[in-house]
Ligand binder design. Structure first.
Ligand code: ADP
Length: 719
């Protein structure tokens, strides 16, 4: 911006004098023209006058007058009188002979003046026209003496003298000028004639000498001066412009010099700042500083720069400090994370144990009660109690499962399985619930690929599908249908499965669809009131599906129904699935002869387990309260089965089992515990136990395991 203004000023400064010089030279050529025109007009008038006087001098009346003394009296005066000078000039004429005797005259009465005499004599002597200016009573006059040539004698016999007013002759040359233009005609230094303004008084004027008669002699050269008073201001302005230009140039020079001189320290300081910044950039540890004490802009800039460097240093050192501390911080954070993770796991384990223990009492005793004779009312009441306890157990299981998945503690128990069997079992297990609600639950025809053995976690797969089918039954009104279908695709060595659980139930609003997989989210607030549930089921389904490397999605139309799809790929394996022996209630076995050692510290569990064993017909039960008592009893007495709690005072179930196995005791040992995660099951087997019974203990499962592990003892007792 500043530089463009400067440029404009410079251009104006340069252009201004140029413009005026141009204007001046235009004017000069115009003035020269005016001067030339004036000269031409003057020359023309003089030449015309001289011509006509020459003709008069050559006229036969005039020439003959010198030899015809009588005749000249008659015609000469008339001839002179009749002479018409050009331009209607008033003139005086006189004809003289070679003795300067006046032959005739007109327009005058006086005798010859000395100037006339001189002029006539010169004309006769030289034979050339003489032209003289002189003053007559303050009026300039032009005196013209023309020699009269007498051809027969080839001599000049006389002189024709003519006197014309200079003003009359030359005035028209001054005409046609602008009021501001001045013209002056002078004879050498002496002005003869001027326009109202005198050109010679205007200092800046043009002038030229003009020879007005080429053939005449005497005062024939006139000085003509021309000037234009309007042109005068130009001179002043040009002067002003010149002064202005010089002053401006000087000012510019001064500013430039001042900038150089005054700006040098600033520039040097800025350069120093740049160098300091460069040095700091190259070596962050450098101690370079910029210093400038003056409280000007550079001073403030320097101060800001130094402050910035200080701040930067602080940040750098705090960063270094943090980086140095980082490993410790990280280690601390890791340790903290491990501690809290451990605390969470411990909490889960404790919760699991603490909740399952009383539930063991509830569920176990219900099952025992169910084996006793009951009237119809008692049976219905017991069913209600059982339903409630089952529900409670499911809620607890959901909560624990979800916490485990979230804590990354849930591990899959991968084993060979067959999907078709799982589906059939699942449908069979849920059929009663569907029937109870009046829902038509069906399994679609299954593809042949499903008969292949694949490897996966059967329990978790069952859990996911159960949850989906359970919801389909729950959220469908009586009379509706629930369908379970599956498609299978061979994908290399794996089976790509898509399970579809669809229903004709209440459906889910589109805006709720993406919420329902979040924990504790239900599509409708009224859901809990109307259908029950915690909102955890689908959250677990989604996480389990992802844990198994699959996904779950939903499509739903409110009022028409929903379809949940579980996609999962399971690798095909050659091994056969471990088929759990069917629980054979139909084939009652007499467990009466069996002697069982029960190691359990919790009094409730002691009562429940004893009652459950009794429900199976086993009356000979020895109860001990810890591991060491169990070891002692087992070594002393002979038992067909040992039920071993894991968490016990003095000696836990693990150590007791190990001790017994080391002592050579081969009696089957079943772990009784609420902790039945895959790795925990493995640990029980490693410690020497034969199997594991999850608390709350299921009577059917107890019967199954007793039958499985005591078959030898039972067979022996038969004989
Ligand atoms: P819960 O069933 O315990 O409420 P879920 O996590 O299993 O929790 O389901 C979350 C919500 O998703 C349910 O409350 C219900 O609103 C909706 N939902 C799940 N399955 C269905 C279904 N088959 N039909 C309609 N709504 C469903």
């Amino acid at each position: 911006m500043g530089s463009s203004v400067l440029l404009l000023v410079v251009v104006a400064l340069v252009a201004f004098p140029l413009f005026y010089n141009q204007e001046r030279s235009n004017n000069a050529s115009r003035y020269q023209n005016s001067l030339d025109r004036a000269n031409d007009r003057l020359r023309f008038r003089f030449a015309t006058l001289l011509d006509s006087l020459d003709q008069l001098a050559g006229n036969s009346f005039v020439v003959n007058a010198f030899v015809d003394s009588t005749g000249r009296e008659l015609y000469l005066s008339a001839a002179l009188r009749d002479f018409r000078a050009p331009f209607r000039l008033a003139q005086a004429l006189v004809l003289l002979d070679s003795n300067l005797t006046v032959f005739a005259q007109t327009g005058r009465t006086t005798l010859l003046t000395p100037i006339e005499t001189r002029s006539a004599r010169a004309a006769l002597d030289t034979g050339k026209t003489q032209l003289t200016f002189h003053q007559d009573g303050g009026r300039p006059q032009v005196l013209i003496a023309v020699p009269v040539f007498y051809p027969p004698a080839s001599t000049h016999e006389g002189v024709l003298l003519a006197t014309v007013g200079a003003a009359e002759l030359m005035q028209p040359a001054l005409e046609g000028l602008a009021p501001t233009e001045c013209l002056t005609v002078g004879l050498r230094e002496q002005p003869l004639l001027s326009t109202p303004c005198d050109a010679t008084q205007v200092t800046d004027h043009l002038s030229s000498q003009t020879g007005i008669a080429a053939t005449a002699q005497g005062d024939v050269a006139l000085a003509v001066a021309f000037a234009d008073t309007a042109g005068a201001p130009f001179r002043l302005l040009t002067l002003i412009a010149a002064v202005y230009s010089v002053l401006s140039a000087l000012a510019l020079l001064l500013v430039f010099a001042a900038t150089r001189v005054v700006g040098r320290p600033f520039a040097a300081k800025l350069e120093e700042l740049a160098q300091t910044a460069k040095a700091l950039a190259a070596d962050p540890g450098a101690t370079a500083r910029a210093q400038w004490e003056h409280p000007d802009e550079i001073g403030r800039l320097t101060l800001a720069f130094d402050t910035l460097v200080e701040k930067w240093r602080d940040i750098q050192s705090s960063l270094e400090q943090r980086v140095q501390n980082r490993p410790e911080e990280l280690a601390g954070a890791l340790e903290q994370a491990q501690v809290s993770s451990q605390a969470k796991s411990d909490f889960l384990a404790v919760m699991s144990h603490e909740i399952r223990t009383p539930m063991n009492g509830v569920v176990g005793m219900i099952q025992v009660l169910e084996t006793t004779p009951l009237n119809e009312a008692q049976r219905r009441q017991l069913q209600v109690v059982r339903g409630s306890s089952d529900l409670l157990l499911r809620v607890i299981d959901d909560l624990l499962d979800f916490s485990k998945v979230e804590a990354g503690k849930l591990q899959l128990d991968i084993a060979p399985l067959r999907v078709d069997q799982i589906l059939q079992d699942l449908l069979a297990a849920l059929a009663p619930a569907a029937t109870a609600r009046g829902i038509d639950l069906r399994l679609q025809p299954m593809p042949a690929e499903l008969s292949a053995t694949v490897s996966g976690d059967a329990t978790r797969l069952r859990q996911v599908l159960t949850n989906l089918v359970h919801n389909a039954i729950k959220f469908t009104d009586p009379g509706g249908t629930a369908r379970v279908g599956v498609t299978a695709q061979n994908c290399g060595n794996a089976l790509q499965l898509a399970f579809e659980v669809s229903d004709t139930g209440i459906g889910i609003a589109p805006e709720k669809l993406h919420h329902i997989f979040e924990p504790f989210e239900q599509a409708e607030r009224s859901t809990t009131r109307r259908y029950g549930g915690t909102g955890l089921g689908l959250a677990i389904v989604k996480r389990l599906a992802e844990l198994m490397g699959g996904s779950v999605e939903v499509k739903s139309v409110p009022g028409q129904g929903s379809t949940f799809t579980l996609r999962i790929a399971l690798p095909k394996v050659a091994a056969e699935p471990v088929v759990q022996a069917a629980i054979s209630d139909e084939r009652p076995v007499d467990f009466g002869p069996l002697r069982v050692l029960l190691a359990e510290d919790n009094p409730t569990n002691q009562i429940v387990a004893t009652a459950q064993l009794q429900a199976l017909g086993i009356d000979r039960v020895t109860v001990v309260e810890n591991g060491s008592e169990a070891v002692e009893a087992a070594l002393q007495g002979s038992f067909d089965l040992i039920l071993m709690d894991i968490h016990m005072p003095e000696m836990n179930g693990f150590d007791a089992a190990r001790t017994l196995r080391r002592a050579g005791v081969t009696t089957p040992i079943l772990a009784m515990t609420a902790n039945v995660m895959p790795e925990e099951r493995a640990a029980y087997l490693v410690a020497g136990m034969d199997d594991c019974l999850a608390k709350p203990m299921d009577l059917a499962r107890l019967r199954q395991l007793v039958q499985r592990h005591c078959s030898a003892a039972l067979a022996a007792s038969m004989h």
